[in-house]
Design a protein around this ligand. Structure first.
Ligand SMILES: Nc1nc2c(ncn2[C@@H]2O[C@H](COP(=O)(O)OP(=O)(O)OP(=O)(O)O)[C@@H](O)[C@H]2O)c(=O)[nH]1
Ligand SMILES: *[C@@H]1O[C@H](CO)[C@@H](O)[C@H](O)[C@H]1NC(C)=O
Ligand SMILES: *[C@@H]1O[C@H](CO)[C@@H](O)[C@H](O)[C@H]1NC(C)=O
Ligand SMILES: *[C@@H]1O[C@H](CO)[C@@H](O)[C@H](O)[C@H]1NC(C)=O
Length: 429
């Protein structure tokens, strides 16, 4: 087996301009077994990144699009999706807590992701592929000329970069860039692709126009969903099971402060998402109202679809009465002064307020997931207009089988008499 591995290693080096072929040392800390097993597999690596200002929950959506592209690639060749490490997100503002190079396993259950498509963490990619080198980086952009005369067509073309790409060449002509905070990572080639269409539109380029073994799509949010709300979409969405330790914290909190357990709430949960198909409306949910109040940048623009705190509390009180509930759980990104006001207006509200130690362990991203998990289990949920944070809670509740009438609700602005409620998206199994 070892001899065969060496043969493959040589073939690998010959057919792809990998780091070793360029005279680099193997990455330190890597065992010979790693190198052989990595090189023995001829699979190719798809990496991606998203526009820096985008938040955690939009990034979760981009993952679904990339998974769809990977499924298309897998029909022709062996590929694996390399999970972009989390970090430097604008919304993660807890001071003095390093929040960069965070692996996906801190937030999601990797075995669950792997039941949908083959994935690996970035550090595993470094170990397996022979170093922190990405053979080809494509920066995705829209067409400079915009849409052509009202006719929509899916297309992709090599084009000059419309903006200077966020990569600079070092003295060895390697490309340096953000690369999720991994400074030692180098790109061997960077070029721009103009894209218009769904994720799989770039598949032919990856399969036929480049033989690079590792390909990164930067600004991947430029690609759209292949089929939003279809079975492949939902398979990927269902595979994005939160990490077990975060679910455990959320479940303990539910049971301790909200009198909520899976048995009493009739929300059956299976560790293996492929075995989980709950009849819509059969779950009851815990005896509390779940609320997501998105504040911060959602109120700075004085948006008309976001209520004042007073307005939100009036609605909460009406709902509690209508539903015959006494407990309300509030998830919010409100600033401390606003939380204080909220507590004066709604003294009985229950919140997940992490200790310093919990914040260090779970980080802002993990705390947000715990908030989402608790909201997902409420008997009734109401969220904030067009917040992707609220949308992800809708999906979670849909998967858990809660009645849609208890899920697709949002606060109206103070001046809105009534307002359009969120759309119901059914799981396709
Ligand atoms: N813990 C916690 N964090 C929140 C809450 N609401 C928002 N956040 C934080 O703020 C971020 C909001 O950005 P997104 O996740 O992108 O969701 P969004 O509300 O649609 O915001 P945009 O995408 O910027 O429009 C979240 O990822 C969290 O980090 C909340 O209720 N609880
Ligand atoms: C891919 O190759 C085809 C055939 O050579 C060519 O027509 C096309 O322009 C290439 N596309 C890109 C994005 O490089
Ligand atoms: C870099 O990639 C572009 C697009 O695939 C290709 O045309 C070009 O030849 C590559 N440059 C090098 C030095 O490999
Ligand atoms: C908790 O819920 C159960 C029903 O699931 C109910 O019988 C019990 O009274 C509740 N306890 C409290 C303290 O509300």
């Amino acid at each position: 087996m070892a001899a065969l591995g060496v043969v493959c290693l040589l073939l690998g080096a010959a057919s792809w301009p990998s780091a070793s072929a360029l005279g680099e040392e193997f990455w330190p800390g890597q065992s010979a077994a790693d190198i052989l097993s990595g090189a023995a597999s001829r699979r190719r690596y798809l990496l991606y990144d998203v526009n820096p200002p985008e938040g955690f929950n939009l990034r979760r959506d981009v993952y679904i699009r990339m998974a769809s592209l990977l499924k298309t690639l897998l029909k022709t060749e062996e590929w694996v999706l390399v999970l972009p490490p989390w970090g430097r997100l604008y919304h993660w503002q807890s001071p003095d807590i390093p929040q960069v190079r965070i692996p996906w396993a801190d937030f999601f259950d990797l075995p669950s992701l792997n039941r949908n498509i083959p994935v690996m963490e970035y550090e595993q990619f470094i170990a397996e592929s022979g170093g922190p080198f990405i053979d080809q980086v494509y920066v995705l952009q829209s067409y400079a000329e915009g849409w052509s005369q009202g006719t929509w067509e899916e297309k992709v073309d090599a084009r000059p970069c419309t903006d200077p790409p966020p990569y600079t060449q070092d003295k060895h002509e390697y490309y340096r860039g953000w690369f999720w905070g991994y400074e030692e990572t180098r790109g061997l080639n960077v070029s721009c692709l103009s894209v218009q269409g769904s994720a799989s539109v770039v598949a032919p380029v990856l399969l036929r126009n480049t033989s690079a073994r590792s390909v990164m799509l930067d600004r991947a949010e430029n690609l759209l969903h292949d089929h939003y709300g279809g079975k492949a979409y939902w398979d990927t969405r269902r595979s994005m099971v939160f990490a077990r330790h975060l679910r455990a914290v959320g479940d303990r909190f539910r049971s301790r402060y909200l009198n909520s357990t899976d048995e009493a709430d009739r929300t059956p949960f299976q560790e293996d998402w492929t075995k989980m198909q709950v009849k819509l409306g059969s779950s009851l949910g815990g005896p509390y109202l779940g609320v997501h109040l998105r504040r911060k940048d959602f109120i700075w623009g004085h948006r008309e679809d976001v209520p004042s705190l007073e307005g939100a509390v009036r609605k909460v009180r009406r709902l509690l009465e209508q539903l015959g509930l006494r407990t309300v759980f509030v998830a919010t990104d409100a600033a401390p002064a606003e939380v204080e006001l909220l507590r004066r207006l709604l003294p009985e509200m229950v919140r997940f307020a992490p200790t310093r130690g919990e914040l260090e362990r779970y980080k802002d991203g993990g705390v947000a997931i715990i908030d989402q998990w608790v909201c997902a289990h409420a008997r009734f949920f109401i969220g904030t207009s067009v917040s992707t944070f609220s949308f992800r809670i809708h999906e979670e509740r849909e998967i858990l089988g809660l009645d849609p009438r208890t899920t697709y609700n949002r606060f109206c602005g103070d001046q809105e008499e009534q307002c359009e409620q969120p759309t119901h998206w059914k799981v396709a199994y």
